[in-house]
Design a protein around this ligand. Structure first.
Ligand code: PLP
Length: 424
């Protein structure tokens, strides 16, 4: 078992740096040990949500068995313990993404909530009618719709940086779209639908040269690649625990301290205040100003265990292992006549979107499911991106570090069966 106790390094058991013991890792994920439709489960829907190692499940159970209490308010022992455990995770997240301060880490529900928070606070602070917000064709609906809503509310205009046929943002076009009215760039770090890794540092540098702030949607980047927000110099970075082997219902917004500190609160309620009277309210300090109401305490604690687990495996090693899986999947699938991979960027995370000639993606997904193989089919919450490729849907296999080359081969066999069924 990969044990992960980041605060006592001597108890860390790391696999040999040269090898990646995927079978040992798989044993840490109880859900993977099952059959589906009589076949061993091949879980390739990691971009939608990842599976959880036992360490995460145990951390949540332990919290409810031993420490459950509301946080920040109680003087009693359980509340003190729960508060300490919750706040410890904030420090883990800070270190995980290379932020300067714990105050820059806001716990929310999801990436979606983080983007909405920035739209409704930063957006409303700075946007005037006729101002522009610049996104890209690659975006997930979560990084489109909040900006469209802000545009409706303020009279701002949404601009979209185009992509090429490989699914890469065309940087020259992006740069041309940055104008005197651009108030914010909001771009994904990794595309969920195609796997494209965007040149995010360059995108940020270009925006900053025009003194434009940048929000990065990091939902699909953090599970696959080391992220250092200080090095990137992004102004905001959003991601979700559940795509990073942690529980659902927990998201993170990173924001530069001075920037976050200058923003108005997002939601009102308990926890985000210092004092309340009927004459007015004084808001709490960062990060609590943005954390109204009782948070997902157990979820955050489980998320901390996920970060420990990933750190124990090693993010660099995860990235290297997944590169091999991606290469194998790309070669194997593209060798099947009738299969076309959508998204062929030079820099990609381990996501392979594909279409099978003459077969609807939902049929591909249904037949694969009968073989115990879970892939995603549909528009992947990226309808404008699908439209760019003249499609309404694709099938998508998205890999995590517990997937194997054998599973890629099982997927390829499954696709060949799909083609046979449809008389290809
Ligand atoms: N951004 C990207 C790139 C995603 O892939 C997703 C989820 O698939 C999201 C945002 C939204 O994440 P969540 O549903 O956790 O808010």
């Amino acid at each position: 078992m990969i044990t992960a106790k980041s605060d006592s390094a001597d108890t860390l058991v790391r696999t040999d740096a040269q090898s990646f013991d995927v079978e040992a890792i798989r044993r840490d994920f109880p859900i993977l040990q099952q059959t589906v439709n009589g076949k061993p489960l091949v879980y390739l829907d990691n971009a939608a949500t990842t599976q959880k190692p036992r360490a995460v499940i145990d951390a949540i159970t332990d919290h409810y068995l031993k420490d459950n209490a509301n946080i920040h308010r109680g003087v009693h022992e359980l509340s003190v313990r729960a508060t300490a455990a919750y706040e410890k995770v904030r420090a883990k997240v800070r270190d995980f993404i290379g932020a300067d301060r714990v105050e820059e880490i806001v716990f929310l529900r999801s990436t979606t909530e983080a983007v909405n928070l920035v739209a409704q606070t930063y957006g409303h602070s700075v946007i005037q009618p006729g101002d522009e917000i610049l996104i890209s064709t690659l975006e997930h609906h979560s990084n489109i719709v909040p900006w469209q809503m802000l545009c409706e509310q303020t009279g701002a205009v949404l601009k979209v940086a185009p992509i090429n046929d490989a699914g890469e943002i065309i940087l020259e076009e992006y740069e041309k779209l940055l104008g005197p009215r651009t108030m914010l760039v909001a771009v994904t770090h990794v595309s969920n639908a195609l796997g494209t890794i965007t040149p995010i540092k360059e995108i940020i540098d270009i925006a900053h040269r025009s003194e434009v702030r940048v929000l990065v949607d990091g939902a699909q980047a953090v599970p696959h690649t080391p992220v250092d927000v200080r090095d990137l110099d992004c102004d905001f970075y959003a991601f979700s625990s559940h795509k990073l082997f942690g529980p659902t219902g927990v998201g993170v917004l990173y924001g530069k301290y001075d920037l976050l500190n200058g923003l108005p609160p997002y939601q009102g309620g308990g926890e985000m205040i210092l004092s309340v009277s009927f004459d007015g309210t004084t808001y709490n300090e960062l990060p609590f100003k943005f954390e109204a109401g009782t948070p997902n305490i157990a979820g955050v604690i489980g998320f901390g265990a996920a970060i420990d687990y990933i750190n124990a495996v090693g993010m660099e090693r995860i990235a290297a292992y997944e590169r091999d899986i991606l290469d194998h999947a790309t070669q194997t699938l593209s060798a099947i006549p009738g299969v076309r991979i959508i998204g062929t960027a030079t820099e990609k995370a381990s996501v392979v979107s594909f279409v099978v000639e003459g077969v609807h993606p939902h049929d591909v997904g249904t037949i694969l499911d009968q073989l115990g193989i879970a892939v995603r089919t549909g528009h992947h919450c990226a309808q404008p991106l699908m439209e760019r490729f003249g499609l309404t849907a694709t099938a998508r296999a998205s890999f995590a570090f517990y997937n194997t080359r054998d599973e890629v081969d099982a997927l390829a066999d499954g696709i060949r069966q799909v083609i046979e069924v449809f008389g290809g």
